[in-house]
Every structure is written in structure tokens, then in C-alpha cells.
Design a protein around this ligand. Structure first.
Ligand SMILES: C[S@@+](CC[C@H](N)C(=O)[O-])C[C@H]1O[C@@H](n2cnc3c(N)ncnc32)[C@H](O)[C@@H]1O
Length: 239
């Protein structure tokens, strides 16, 4: 899977893309990430990428031409279908389902806004989907772009050590994940639940499922409406 990130701060991405799961996914050739400086697509000798807003007001707006030219250049270099994402607090809020949807694409272009955002015509001309990472405003789209790349990459086949790891993650089946423990068995009087030391895989599986449902009910009851539950589990929740 190929990601192309359009930004005016290309250096932002150096270290995060070298670490841990993302670094290994790139090393193994499971994903590929291109970083493109929007300034390289500006039309004037000063490589201007922003200007003051029509109608007045504070701040600057990212210009339409450099972004559209950058998207078209990247699209032109790809053979398979390309989906263009604009990072914006006004977009669809990213969740595990959207990440899974995006992981089906072979090419994603992610546009990072700055200042007051991008000229509205960028959306009309080249954007397929507007994505927000939450109801707060960040200084730029670089962190949201990394969030999208990270969330999607985990779902690309072969990226995680075991294909099961992503399946058990919170939200994958509409539930939060069960509590996790590792050594030592006891720490400051807090012990690991006996069942996890029992070696009985079926009982452990059942316990994890129950804990997952319990935790979701306590912390995110809204998720349970869409979760895949058995009739027995639905009854247990009501009681
Ligand atoms: C300061 S924000 C602009 C916010 C814009 N004036 C508004 O109120 O919608 C600059 C850029 O950061 C990015 N950004 C900020 N918050 C974001 C969020 N929650 N999700 C995704 N992108 C975000 C977008 O690329 C945006 O164009």
C-alpha cells in the first residue's frame, strides 16, 4: 500500500516513519510512504503556498493551485486507483471502521493543511474524503496524517506479528479490549487474575470476552448498540 503525504513541513515525518511498526512495515515493503513538499508545486519564484483570505479576517489560507498541482502530479505517477484525503477538523471523524475501509485502498494521498486551512476549491476539485481525528483544532494536518497512516498500516495484512492482534484490538468488533497483564505475577499487592494463569485457553477466551463487554458497558456503552453480541450476551447486559 502506498501513502503520499502533501505538506509544507516535510521534515516533520522523518523520525515517526522510522520507528516501530511503521518503520518495519516500510522496511519489509508492506507499505511505502512518499513525502511531497507542496512548495515545489507553487507557481511563483518565492514558492508561495498561502495568501490572505478573501473577505478579510485573521490568518492565511493555503492556496488552491499548489495543492491541486501536487495531487495531480502524484496521481499521474500511480497506475492503480488513488483516494485523496484532506485532513480537517470538519471531516468524518476517524474510527476503526474508517481505518479498515481505507486499508482496502492501494494508494492514499493525504493533504496536510496549515494556517486557517485550505482554499475551499481544493475540496471541490481533488478531495474524495475529509477526515478529522477528533473534535479539537491542531496547528496543522501533519499529526492527523501520521495518525491516519498509523491506524491504517496496522490493518494492512502482514504488518502486525500475528493477524489476530488487530482483530482483538479495541473497536475491531465494536468492543473495547479486555485488560492485559504481563510479568510479574504480583506487584505491590496487585495480582494477575487466576484465570490467566490457568492455562485453560477456552476459559481464558470466555473471561476476555466477558471483560471486554463489561469494560465497554462501563466506559463506552454507546458502542454496544452496534457490537456483535450473542443473545445470551445481550440478556446479560440488560440484567
Ligand atoms: C488550524 S487548523 C484550521 C482549522 C480551520 N480554521 C477550522 O476551523 O476548521 C489547520 C490545519 O490543521 C489540520 N487539522 C487541525 N485540526 C485537525 C483535526 N482535528 N483533524 C484533522 N486535521 C486537523 C487541518 O489540515 C487544518 O487545515
Amino acid at each position: 500500500m502506498r501513502f503520499d503525504i502533501l505538506t509544507i513541513f516535510p521534515d516533520f515525518f522523518g523520525s515517526p516513519l522510522k520507528q516501530s511498526i511503521l518503520g518495519k512495515a516500510i522496511e519489509k515493503g508492506l507499505i511505502d510512504v512518499g513525502i511531497h513538499n507542496i512548495r515545489d508545486f507553487a507557481l511563483d519564484k518565492h514558492n508561495t503556498t498561502d495568501d490572505s483570505p478573501y473577505g478579510g479576517g485573521d490568518g492565511m489560507v493555503m492556496k488552491v493551485e499548489p495543492i491541486v498541482r501536487a495531487v495531480e502530479a502524484v496521481k499521474g505517477s500511480r497506475k492503480s486507483e488513488v483516494k485523496v484525503i484532506l485532513t480537517t477538523p470538519q471531516g468524518r471523524q476517524l474510527n476503526q471502521q474508517i481505518a479498515a475501509e481505507l486499508a482496502q485502498s492501494s494508494n492514499l494521498i493525504i493533504i496536510c493543511g496549515r494556517y486557517e486551512g485550505v482554499d475551499e476549491r481544493v475540496k471541490e476539485l481533488v478531495v474524495d474524503m475529509e477526515v478529522s481525528i477528533g473534535d479539537y483544532v491542531l496547528g496543522g494536518g501533519e499529526i492527523p496524517a501520521l495518525v491516519i497512516v498509523d491506524a491504517v498500516t496496522r490493518l494492512v495484512p502482514g504488518v502486525l506479528g500475528s493477524d489476530m492482534s488487530a482483530r482483538d484490538d479495541s473497536f475491531s468488533e465494536g468492543l473495547l479490549e479486555y485488560p492485559q497483564y504481563t510479568r510479574p505475577e504480583s506487584f505491590r499487592g496487585l495480582t494477575v487474575p487466576d484465570i490467566l494463569l490457568s492455562g485453560n485457553h477456552q476459559k481464558i477466551k470466555n473471561w476476555r470476552r466477558r471483560e471486554s463487554i463489561k469494560r465497554t458497558l462501563e466506559r463506552r456503552p454507546d458502542l454496544l448498540e452496534k457490537a456483535q453480541l450473542t443473545e445470551e450476551e445481550k440478556k446479560a447486559i440488560k440484567n
